[in-house]
Unconditional design. Structure first.
Length: 94
């Protein structure tokens, strides 16, 4: 489980299945996807992404973190953070 991070304005936490509509709400906006190599997201694509990310939370060791950035003022998901960790043997070979 990811230990949530609190800032003055944000609560950063693991994604929940119930976040899918909020993610779709901002991911479908052109200013979100225009400069990344993806097609405009559909509701089905976002739902699949969220389900995949929730499944990833149970991996051991966990190496991928797709996190929800939630406005503390409104309680609304307003963004995401993506973190990936390197395995120790990968880092030691550098």
């Amino acid at each position: 489980m990811f230990e949530p991070i609190e800032t003055e304005r944000l609560h950063i936490r693991d994604v929940l299945l119930s976040d899918k509509d909020a993610f779709f709400g901002y991911m479908r906006r052109e200013d979100y996807w225009r400069h990344v190599p993806i097609e405009p997201p559909t509701a089905a694509w976002v739902e699949s992404l969220v389900k995949h990310c929730v499944r990833e939370q149970d991996r051991d060791p966990r190496t991928h973190y797709f996190l929800a950035a939630v406005s503390r003022e409104s309680g609304t998901v307003i963004g995401e953070a993506i973190l990936r960790t390197a395995r120790e043997e990968s880092v030691s070979s550098l």
